[in-house]
Write a protein that binds this ligand. Sequence first.
Ligand code: ADP
Ligand code: MG
Length: 240
Amino acid sequence: MIKIEGLHKSFGELEVLKGIDYEINEKEIICVIGPSGSGKSTFLRCINMLEEITAGSVFIDGVKVNDPKTNINDIRKDVGMVFQQFNLFPHMKVLDNITVSPRKVKNMDAKEAEILARQLLEKVGLADKANAYPEQLSGGQMQRVAIARALAMKPRVMLFDEPTSALDPEMVKEVLDVMKQLAYEGMTMVVVTHEMGFAREMCDRVLFMDQGLLMEEGTPAQIFNHPNHERTKAFLSKVL
Ligand code: ADP
Ligand code: MG
């Protein structure tokens, strides 16, 4: 479903991704782990073209996303993204945060968008917060709204960039539970996370990134119990 070939990304002189090849199948849950600065966020951002790719290609369902002929909005409809810092629109009520993209990008009519938004709020356990503003919510609630907002576009893939890293510990579980539910429903997901419990329990494959390279990948059992690379071992010894 997602095919990444020879992906390079530089910011000026700084080469951040140094040639990554990977394929992700439909319904797979992929966790990306690795030290800070290794290029995990940049990797995700290249998949949905939040960053311009320097060299190589990313294909989603056979469509090359970094082809000048490809409509970026079409790609973004299919690829939902959830950020560490939620990125909700602060001046909009929760309901409007969720309806704005379906209305503007998909031309969905207001009533239909509202029905969909209320269904999604129900799904993430926030049916009673439709009229709240983001600042009235806890971090965990904001992140669940952000997930609902991404789902409103009916994406085929969801990208999560450290979705629980900005949360107080007691709110991590409520967000991970929503993600687990999505995984059980068959969503294809790429999750950058430091939650090794989630990676172990939920992921089909774990990618270990270091210094802009995909150093090692495998099942959670392989990566966590029998890592091959010294760098993987060193990283895991610090986080496990
Ligand atoms: P990670 O998510 O693994 O912590 P990032 O992908 O955020 O790593 O960053 C990898 C490297 O790229 C870091 O050295 C970071 O400073 C650099 N970087 C990321 N975004 C930019 C940018 N927009 N401009 C310049 N350098 C950047
Ligand atoms: Mg990051």
